[in-house]
Design a protein around this ligand. Structure first.
Ligand code: FEO
Ligand code: CA
Ligand code: CA
Ligand code: CA
Length: 671
């Protein structure tokens, strides 16, 4: 995100790094070791469909999965462009932009290019700053589906006609309405007039719907019975061990079980029982803290001055942490949404722990238990996994409503030498006792950071997305960067986070011992990002192929191709160690090939982050989100000249948008 709260946040003063401050000079990279081969034997490709918990949708045995991990596209050159560039033989089509009507019947306000839509209108339109996303098939999912996606945050300079020159409660409410989640119905119209398919107004004098036709065009279906916006004010239920806890009770909700809204939804997850998981990341940046924050508030980054960024506390005093000290405990959770029922109430599952949650990659053990991997994107925070107590039952959501309410939450410790252990966050075990400030399991979960500190978990370089390879069951996590690593008063390099002043980031991976619910694992680095030719030792990477830094979005698709999206901040792009990387990008690789190259698939428009991806069921359409095009080096839009840095996608005020990418020959993406 812009002016990234996580870029600022470094709230972990605990002393647990010393136990693994052993750096790993060998820097194991691209080594499958014995475990990759072992996993191939345990989870053969024949089980791909049955075990496709991490896969966003099953593929037929004779379908795309049989194409293996083959990458056949030609690399896209890096360039300072203000458009989406995809490989030769591919087409990128703008599908769903900030302000487009979501498609609620009878309530479809058009986007006003001067950003004068009201808060009420915004609540019926695409939110700002698209992020994580998942495709839910309809009719088999090759031509129709539901897309659920996050709108992470807003840039008030672009959201309002005069930016932030004046301020009002209406603006705060419009901001709240531009946050949250969209659920839209999409349909492949296959042969469509270009102007309609690309969602742009035809040139003057040209009739709407005219222009060259092309195969593979998609459209948003409006109106649709699935269409829904979830915002920072949508009622949601709190479930699991922290529901009803004293620390969750507020003046507005004395039961501690009902909360308004979700916001700063970054990455996502998709469950095998058909639901969408959205993750609350930099929520602390919305709460105005007291002059003297409590130790708990400090540990979570709630402090005086936070509220001045979004001004929500001026319009809704629940965001004033002095007046309402428990409201912030009700954010930082994983939220489950039924994308097929717009009347359903989203559920915050406290059993999965509280964090600045980035994503929630979900897979199943052979016995059907749900395993959810979650990174916490802040400097020196942690990687978590949740293992459900029960196995998934047949019958979709109706049979699995409580699956995420019972189970065990673990935090990762990465030891030198490539071994690791999952440490349970269970009340009464080890240091997690009343004497140490954890009265019960609810408090352990609400204070997951403090519990992880006490357990001696490994402080990581900003864990962003996680993903599970559906074939090998290896798990990958992007550690985007951490320029505080090695500063005098901060933790130094360790085996898993081996570089001081880590501007480039790395992708770590592990294989569980036994099934995904195992408590020990073996790990290595897939890659240390950065150009091997960089002069500074800590900025040198070992990328084979196209150079990148600050990896963030990450997904192994159902045929085993690993997709990497980058989020270099606008203040760094094109300068210094990023001089040759003026724009953000998306790349692909075969993560099981020790000699495999990482190849650039897409370059995004000026000032954007490339984040969020999913595919139609036949893997012949890739949906990608472009976030904050035109962000200035100050990391905020310029209301005096909103189009100064980018005019993507319409030639006017820049708009975050979903793009649909297809191959001109109709083939599988990436082949
Ligand atoms: Fe929202 Fe950590 O990126
Ligand atoms: Ca971003
Ligand atoms: Ca991210
Ligand atoms: Ca990021």
């Amino acid at each position: 995100m812009a002016k990234n709260f996580s870029d600022m946040e470094d709230s972990n003063p605990s002393a647990n790094p010393s136990i693994h401050e052993v750096s790993d000079p060998a820097r194991r990279v691209w080594l499958r070791g014995g475990f990759g081969a072992m996993a191939g034997g345990l989870f053969g490709p024949g089980l791909l469909t049955a075990c496709a918990g991490a896969a966003q949708q099953a593929t037929t045995p004779a379908g795309p999965a049989s194409l293996g991990r083959r990458i056949g596209f030609k690399s896209v050159p890096m360039a300072a462009v203000d458009t989406v560039v995809v490989p030769e033989g591919y087409r990128a089509q703008v599908l769903y932009r900030w302000g487009d009507p979501v498609g609620v019947a009878g309530q479809m306000p058009a986007f006003k290019p001067d950003a004068s839509n009201t808060a009420a209108e915004q609540a019926l339109q695409a939110g700002m700053h698209h992020d994580g996303m998942a495709f839910f098939p309809l009719d088999g999912g090759t031509r129709r589906g539901v897309l659920a996606m996050n709108h992470e945050y807003v840039d008030d300079g672009l959201l309002h006609t005069d930016g932030v020159k004046t301020w009002s409660n209406e603006k705060a409410f419009k901001s709240m309405a531009a946050h949250g989640v969209s659920v839209i119905e999409v349909e492949r119209v296959d042969i469509a007039p270009r102007a309609v398919a690309e969602g742009v107004a035809p040139p003057a004098g040209q009739a709407p719907g005219s222009g060259p036709a092309f195969v593979g065009a998609w459209r948003v279906v409006t109106p649709s019975r699935y269409a829904r916006r979830i915002t920072a004010r949508t009622p949601m239920r709190i479930a699991g061990p922290a529901a009803g806890h004293a620390l969750m009770k507020t003046a507005a909700d004395p039961t501690g079980t009902l909360v308004l809204g979700t916001f700063n939804n970054c990455a996502n997850g998709q469950t095998p029982w058909g639901t969408y998981l959205t993750c609350e990341e930099n929520w602390a940046g919305y709460f105005e803290g007291p002059e003297q924050p409590s130790a708990h508030q400090k540990r979570w980054g709630v402090k005086k001055g936070n509220g001045g960024y979004y001004h929500w506390y001026e319009a809704d005093e629940r965001f004033d942490a002095t007046k309402h000290p428990n409201e912030f405990n009700r954010f930082g959770w994983i939220v489950e949404i039924d994308p097929m029922d717009p009347t359903s109430m989203p559920v915050k599952h406290t059993a999965l722990g509280r964090a600045a949650h980035e994503g929630a990659a979900t897979a199943l053990t052979a016995g059907g238990k749900a395993v959810v991997y979650m990174g916490e994107d802040a400097r020196f925070e942690y990687i978590y996994k949740f293992v459900s107590r029960d196995a998934m039952k047949p019958g979709g959501l109706a049979a699995n409503r409580e699956l995420l309410d019972h189970g065990t939450l673990y935090v990762a410790r990465f030891d030198a030498g490539g071994s690791g252990e999952w440490l349970p966050l269970v009340h009464g075990q080890g240091p997690l006792t009343a004497a140490n400030g954890f009265a019960d399991q609810g408090e352990v979960l609400i204070k997951s950071r403090q519990a992880s500190d006490a357990l001696g978990a490994t402080k990581m370089d900003r864990p962003e997305w996680t993903t599970v390879d559906p074939i090998t069951k290896q798990v990958y996590c992007t550690l985007t960067n951490n320029s505080d690593r090695g500063k005098p008063d901060r933790p130094g390099p360790d085996a898993a986070n081996p570089r001081a002043n880590n501007t480039m980031g790395q992708i770590i991976r592990w294989q569980e011992q036994g099934d995904l619910d195992g408590t020990r694992f073996r790990w290595d680095h897939l890659v240390l990002a950065g150009d091997p030719a960089q002069p500074r030792a800590e900025a040198k990477g070992n990328v084979r192929g196209d150079i990148f830094g600050s990896p963030d979005g990450l997904w192994v698709d159902p045929r085993g191709v690993l997709w990497i999206q980058t989020d270099v901040s606008s203040s760094a792009m094109g300068k210094g160690e990023y001089a040759n990387l003026p724009n953000n990008q998306m790349l692909a690789c075969d993560p099981t090939d020790p000699k495999g190259e990482i190849r650039r698939f897409l370059v995004g428009p000026t000032g954007c982050e490339v984040t969020g991806l999913t595919m139609a069921s036949d893997l012949r359409t890739l949906f990608v989100n472009i976030q904050h095009p035109g962000e200035s080096p100050s990391e905020r839009g310029d209301p005096d000249a909103p189009s100064r840095y980018s005019k993507w996608p319409d030639g006017g005020r820049p708009r975050s948008a979903t793009v649909a990418i297809t191959k001109l020959d109709g083939g599988v993406i990436g082949t």
